[in-house]
Design a protein around this ligand. Structure first.
Ligand SMILES: Nc1nc2c(ncn2[C@@H]2O[C@H](COP(=O)(O)OP(=O)(O)O)[C@@H](O)[C@H]2O)c(=O)[nH]1
Ligand SMILES: [Mg+2]
Length: 261
């Protein structure tokens, strides 16, 4: 019984083979080659696209001085709440998730990998670990307690903007002026200008120091011109937020500008 079935199947298969053979013979060879070429090209094209997709990062690094509000922002992005009082600042917070504001959207959304790296100097080597794989850097500044910290913030920002891994890959940076819910918060233009002034001062003192020293770092700005963020190799933009009230739309926009959903 089984053998008969097999025999039938064999014959059917043979017929099919013959038919396709005939069919192929009817097609002019040039058309055949063109078809094969098209198929091969398509396969090639899609493997290249896949390669690039895998290479593109979905990491955004949140950094800045301690107390600027990174951890609160991290929780706002993930959960849509500030987790007041349960926040500690001594370890990097890390997570891969779909932004809370996007969870109601339909369809597949690409999750983002957010790393909150504490500004504590002891943990700064952590930053070197995460920066090379970043698609974007968010430098958080406390817009209220800004002036007492302007020097420290500028030094930290200077270090980031001259890192080879950041400059070579032209990683975009968002200067995020946080805590704008407070009336005493400085404007983002004021903050940008003050940071530019301070970095300008650092630039002269640091190049004087390191000219004979190791120079694997990159220099900032244009020699002989006052420093401005527009001179940076990487794109630097300025925005405002309040992690406390959940006003983080400009931050989310930045993230989605560089990590397509
Ligand atoms: N008014 C106000 N306070 C904030 C805001 N974001 C954070 N804070 C407060 O600033 C302090 C430091 O926040 P945290 O997220 O721990 O800062 P981090 O050290 O950068 O992680 C906390 O007391 C927060 O409640 C904000 O948008 N507005
Ligand atoms: Mg923190």
């Amino acid at each position: 019984m089984d053998e008969v079935k097999m025999e039938k199947l064999k014959i059917q298969l043979q017929q099919l083979m013959n038919k396709s053979h005939e069919f192929l013979h009817k097609i002019p060879p040039t058309q055949l080659y063109a078809a094969i070429g098209a198929v091969l090209f398509t396969i090639f094209f899609f493997s290249i696209v896949r390669l690039f997709k895998r290479g593109s990062s979905n990491t955004v690094v949140l950094t800045g001085l301690a107390g600027s509000g990174k951890t609160v922002l991290f929780y706002q992005l993930r959960d849509g709440s500030s987790h007041q009082g349960t926040v500690t600042s001594m370890e990097p917070n890390e997570g891969t998730f779909v932004l809370n504001s996007e969870t109601t959207k339909k369809g597949k959304i690409k999750p983002v990998h957010i790393v909150d790296v504490p500004g504590h100097s002891r943990l700064r080597p952590k930053l070197d670990e995460f920066l090379p794989q970043a698609a974007g850097i968010v430098f958080v500044v406390d817009a209220v307690e800004f002036l007492p910290n302007v020097r420290a913030a500028s030094e930290y920002l200077y270090d980031i903007l001259t890192k080879a891994s950041v400059v070579k890959k032209k990683i975009p940076l968002l200067l995020l002026c946080n805590k704008v819910d407070k009336v005493t918060a400085h404007t983002k233009d004021f903050i940008r200008k003050q940071l530019e002034k301070e970095i300008d001062k650092l630039r002269t003192s640091r190049t004087a120091l390191s000219s004979a020293d190791v120079t694997n770092e990159y220099s900032l700005g244009v020699p002989g011109e006052a420093f401005g963020f527009h001179q940076c190799y990487n794109k630097v933009t300025v925005a405002e937020s309040s992690g406390l009230t959940g006003d983080i739309s400009q931050l989310e926009q930045f993230i989605r500008d560089y990590i397509k959903a």
